[in-house]
Design a protein around this ligand. Structure first.
Ligand SMILES: Cc1cc2nc3c(=O)[nH]c(=O)nc-3n(C[C@H](O)[C@H](O)[C@H](O)COP(=O)(O)OP(=O)(O)OC[C@H]3O[C@@H](n4cnc5c(N)ncnc54)[C@H](O)[C@@H]3O)c2cc1C
Length: 283
């Protein structure tokens, strides 16, 4: 199938892009095109205008500043995955990116595109929720900053308002151990369930644990009850098993032809046990 007809506008500045988006309510942004182009070709998206942001300057960068990793929304997955700065400041992000499609997709796909697309089974939204990232959004009213936890509103729905663009992602540096555990039908498919975690230890006890799950609800799930159950005590097998049960209880997985809901919930617990055990080793 071919895309339905649409107007194409190649923006060369942020203001141009925002003006074009604000003037056409059903306009869509084109970044890497790895999700939008299939949606256009399947006619699941039929915008009257596509605003290409690939020539907008200042949206592709990667730097560490004041203990945070700052990432331009147009930065390609592969640039982030292979960056030494990212591997040292936020290694969970680099590891998670290795699970996003294949290298050809990561060469084109952008960090901002993955987040704005908000697929509940995608890795990056859950990673950003686990890491307490913040997103800068630019629109006709200027800039606002939204916490990753408040950005994802439902499957393919975000806090982006009319005429707004996601421009920058800010991720605090993390210390200690981390792990990604993902279950998918084929290598590098979207996750049936994936768990992302970081752990810091102090004097044999867990200081902090952060756990987020993809593929187990309409948005990424931050498992705060499980995190609280781990903090302050040793990471024994029993403590990890209790946390895994709490993660499963926090999920609200879909059942579909790929996997029933009960299976995803059970796998969320299994993957959490593995992820916490691995993160503890690295902490
Ligand atoms: C074969 C295949 C396998 C894949 N496997 C995975 C996988 O395992 N895991 C995974 O997470 N993804 C996977 N993807 C999706 C891929 O990661 C996409 O790159 C990503 O979802 C979108 O990034 P993009 O830059 O290509 O965005 P685009 O496709 O250009 O845009 C996606 C959506 O976001 C909007 N958008 C883009 N940028 C912005 C912005 N800066 N501000 C506001 N809105 C914006 C667009 O309007 C559109 O609605 C796969 C894709 C393919 C084709």
């Amino acid at each position: 199938m071919k895309a339905a007809p649409f107007e194409y506008f190649r923006a060369t500045s942020l203001d141009d892009a925002i003006e074009a988006l604000a003037g056409t309510p059903d306009a869509r942004v084109l970044a890497g095109g790895q999700s939008l182009v299939p949606l256009l070709n399947l006619r699941q998206a039929r915008p009257s205008l596509v605003v290409d942001i690939n020539r907008v300057g200042g949206l592709s960068f990667l730097r560490e500043e004041n203990g945070r990793l700052e990432i331009g929304a147009l930065t390609r997955h592969r640039a982030v995955e292979t960056s030494g700065v990212v591997r040292s400041a936020v290694p969970l992000l680099a590891e998670a990116l290795g699970f996003v499609g294949h290298v050809a997709i990561r060469n084109r796909g952008t960090i901002g595109g993955s987040l704005a697309h908000a697929d509940p089974a995608a890795e990056l939204p859950a990673v950003m929720v686990a890491l307490d990232a913040e997103f800068a959004l630019h629109g006709p009213e200027g800039e606002r900053v939204v916490a990753a936890r408040d950005f994802f509103l439902g499957p393919y729905r975000t806090a982006l308002g009319p005429g707004e663009l996601l421009t920058r992602i800010s991720v605090p540096r993390h210390q200690g151990g981390w792990a990604v555990e993902e279950l998918s039908r084929r290598s590098r498919d979207l996750a049936l369930v994936a768990v992302f975690t970081t752990v810091t230890m102090s004097g044999g006890a867990c200081e902090t644990a952060r756990i987020a799950v993809a593929g187990a609800g309409p948005t990424p799930i931050r498992a705060t009850a499980a995190e609280e159950s781990l903090a302050g005590g040793p990471l024994t097998d029993d403590a990890i098993a209790l946390a895994a049960d709490l993660v499963a209880a926090a999920t609200d997985p879909p059942g579909d032809l790929h996997a029933p809901a009960d299976y995803r919930r059970e796998m969320a617990a299994v993957l959490t046990r593995r992820a916490i055990a691995r993160a503890k080793e690295g902490a």
